[in-house]
Design a protein around this ligand. Structure first.
Ligand code: NAI
Length: 737
């Protein structure tokens, strides 16, 4: 008995195993421990007659060598019976080798209906029936290996074999779909096109060739493809004489032959014929999704181009003298991002913040005293620059968004981000680099709150296939990655992403279906939707912020990352960190696979001590609420005594504008006959209210009551929350303007 790849406990059904190739497979499987069903109808090579002797002989041979085998004499057209033999004799079915075959060679015009039908019945339908009978058993046991036997005649065509060629290539189509349907059950289906001396080839090969092309030179491929260790699925191999090669589809780049709003004509096809048939830069689609995705591209290119007959990014890069200088420096339309406290919270959840961590509450609860935005939220208002009306709108640039990869990201913060407000982002194409296999666009985005610059992002966007235009490879404008020091990391933090991490993250505004739609992910060649690169980026930044800055957002200055490998939702992100002064080098790995997902990355922190206060000086002017407080102040002078008795509390008001505290007022209805003054409460406030100038006015004008404002998150209350019930009275009675 051989060592190495073994099949002990496996049950193999080989059809047509009474001679030729089938016999060689049966012997080889049995020799390596498998239990084998030797099927053979025992007719002649044209499919006439039947006999049990062919199968019996092979069974005897196997048993004589100490192997396990039973015979089955049914035609493959009785598929169920063959599988039944396996189940009765050995209790299971693991491997099906569809091998039985006959020939009815005739030149095409002479093929009778019967010659056509019997070839299809034995080869194609027989393989279908046998495999179908085994399928559910394989599915239930989550293991199955299937071999279809095709032929060079089917792949290339052969004189006199039209019926046989059609059936043989049909088997490849059948196998391809079984490979797709079976994958998730660990059922693999592959196709071979063998060449071997047998009674089938005896008629066309000289005897010395028949002798030289031994079936034993084919069997090892079949055994490997059927082993549990072999992950090959949906492939086609030519095999013979001790040589094995794999085949695949190749598709020319092709040519668009239609223009928007014009009929498509045969003349246009004729004109483009050379291009249609030109295999330079050919692609090798492996899946139907890859195949069809191009057609979607074509439709959108025709729609958006209107004129160009050949606007793919490939052709441009290959030929057309793409001139980046036309685009470098170009400003994109300003993008406005309006948000409430909801967005920073949603974002925080998207990058893995959890109420399980008590120090995460300030990122998740608008009522928290320290409620604030994660620094990496700064990419969110900026990313809109890439979508509609942004990069996609630059005339002539024609970015094919299906070929766009997010390569790197740099973010620098100048002020903590407001927890709500209206931000504007101005974007410029900083540079376009030629990386050979693609073009790299550096997009600089500056985000403002009013006139204040809040943050700067540099997106490095790689457009696959758009390189080769003769441009420069590097740019002084690029924010570059830096490798970590060569020592073990100073700290390592991990977080498990949830199965719905990407589904959650996308709600922050990255709507690329790649992150949610399995079909779309398959188009990109992924098994399932992947996490957003900027999602993993958020996790990594969070790890640094927690470990080295005590979650103090004011200490976060900048981050740079390079996205190396995709991460799937549910995987664990493990961030390795090295501290070098105020720079924390980082590398993020997928814990389960050990693969690096984020590389060359760092976070720059600024020490709180040497950092100037990030709070704007209080600019009390220009606020509508000022008038109200002044009015309340006047009324309190008149009736303060009564109010102090009724209310007996000090209220501090933090009035915000564009997310930042713009004024503070104190209504003291505890001391003396009460007073209203600007600034924080002297001593301490019983209750502190935070709300925007505008929301304050809505409350005062009775458009929204304070309770409602509180529950909708507009009004935040710190301290004695019960006292806020007295607010309505104060505001209603004393704020009439
Ligand atoms: P072979 O004639 O030695 O083996 C085929 C076996 O299938 C025979 O033992 C036959 O009795 C059996 N069979 C025929 N009809 C059957 C049915 N309805 N039910 C059950 N068993 C049946 O020929 P060879 O060369 O070993 O062929 C094996 C397979 O390889 C065939 O599918 C053939 O088309 C294919 N093939 C062979 C090539 C070669 O160079 N030998 C080339 C390309 C393909």
């Amino acid at each position: 008995m051989s060592a190495g790849l073994r099949f002990d406990g496996r049950v193999v059904l080989v059809t047509g195993a009474g001679g030729g190739l089938g016999r060689a497979y049966a012997l080889a499987f049995a020799e390596r421990g498998a239990s084998v069903v030797v099927n053979d109808l025992g007719g002649d090579f044209k499919g006439h007659g039947k006999s049990s002797s062919a199968a019996d002989k092979v069974v005897e041979e196997i048993r004589a060598k100490g192997g396990k085998a039973v015979a089955n004499y049914d035609s493959v057209e009785a598929g169920e019976k063959l599988v039944q033999t396996a189940l009765e004799a050995f209790g299971r079915i693991d491997i099906v080798i569809n091998n039985a075959g006959i020939l009815r060679d005739r030149s095409f015009a002479r093929i009778s209906d019967e010659d056509w039908d019997i070839i299809h019945r034995v080869h194609l339908k027989g393989s279908f029936l046998v495999t179908r009978a085994a399928w559910n058993h394989m599915k239930n046991q989550k293991f199955g290996r299937i071999i279809m036997t095709s032929s060079a005649a089917g792949i290339y065509g052969n004189f006199g074999q039209a019926n046989y060629s059609a059936a043989k290539l049909g088997l490849f189509g059948l196998s391809n779909t079984l490979a797709v349907e079976g994958r998730k059950y660990n059922i693999h289906s592959n196709t071979i096109a063998p060449t071997a001396g047998s009674r089938l080839t005896q008629t066309i090969m000289p005897q010395d060739m028949v002798d030289a092309f031994k079936p034993e030179y084919v069997a090892p491929l079949v055994l490997w493809l059927c082993h549990e260790k072999c992950q090959e699925n949906g492939s086609l191999f030519e095999v013979g004489a001790g040589w094995i090669g794999k085949l695949r589809w190749e598709r020319s780049l092709g040519s668009i032959v239609r223009e928007k709003n014009h009929p498509m004509t045969p003349e246009a096809v004729q004109d483009k014929w050379e291009k249609i048939c030109d295999f330079d830069n050919a692609s090798k689609p492996r899946t139907i999704q890859e195949s069809v995705s191009l057609l979607n591209d074509v439709l959108s290119q025709i729609e958006s181009e209107g004129v160009s007959m050949n606007p793919t990014s490939y052709t441009r890069s290959a030929s057309s003298g793409f001139d980046p200088s036309k685009y470098v420096g170009q400003k994109l339309p300003t993008v406005v991002y309006n948000y409430t406290h909801l967005q920073p919270i949603l974002y925080a959840l998207g990058v893995g913040m959890s109420t399980q961590d008590s120090d995460h509450l300030k990122f998740l609860y608008e009522g928290s005293e320290e409620f604030c935005c994660l620094p990496t939220f700064g990419v969110i208002p900026a990313q809109a620059a890439m979508g509609d009306g942004g990069l996609s709108s630059v005339p002539g640039l024609n970015i094919d968004f299906t070929k766009l990869l997010h390569g790197e990201q740099y973010l620098e913060l100048y002020k903590p981000l407001p927890t709500s407000g209206s931000l504007t982002s101005e974007s410029t194409i900083a540079d376009i680099l030629d990386k050979g296999s693609g073009a790299l666009i550096l997009l600089d985005v500056h985000t403002y709150c009013g006139k204040d610059l809040l943050c700067y992002n540099q997106f490095s966007l790689f457009i696959v296939g758009a390189g080769g235009f003769g441009g420069k490879r590097t740019s002084e404008k690029a924010k570059v990655t830096v490798n970590p020091p060569n020592r073990t990391p100073d700290a390592v933090l991990s977080d498990v992403t949830t199965a719905d991490q990407a589904a959650l993250y996308r709600l922050s505004g990255d709507w690329n279906p790649l992150h949610i739609d399995p079909g779309f992910a398959a188009l990109g060649g992924f098994q399932k939707p992947i996490l957003h690169g900027l999602g993993s980026f958020g996790f990594a930044a969070r790890h640094v912020l927690k470990h080295f800055a005590n979650n103090d957002v004011t200490r976060f200055k900048a981050i740079k990352v390079r996205f190396v490998k995709p991460v799937f939702p549910g995987q664990t992100l493990q961030t390795e960190m090295w501290k070098e002064g105020n720079r924390i080098h980082i590398q993020t790995k997928v814990k389960e696979t050990g693969e690096v997902a984020i590389a060359g990355a760092y976070v720059d922190l600024t020490s709180t001590l040497d950092k100037p206060s990030t709070k704007e000086p209080i600019k009390a002017s220009g606020l509508q609420s000022n008038l109200v407080f002044e009015e309340i102040g006047r009324r309190i002078k008149e009736v303060g005594n009564q109010l102090v008795k009724k209310v007996n509390a000090i209220f501090q008001w933090d009035i915000t504008k564009d997310g930042e505290t713009a004024a503070q007022w104190t209504i003291d209805l505890k001391n003396g006959s009460g007073e209203v003054y600007q600034g924080p409460a002297q001593g301490s406030a019983d209750t502190t209210f935070t709300l925007s100038d505008q929301d304050f006015m809505e409350v005062v004008l009775g458009k929204i009551n304070p309770q409602k404002a509180f529950f909708s998150g507009k009004l935040k209350v710190k301290g004695n929350i019960m006292l806020s019930q007295k607010l309505e009275m104060i505001l209603k009675d004393y704020a009439k303007l």
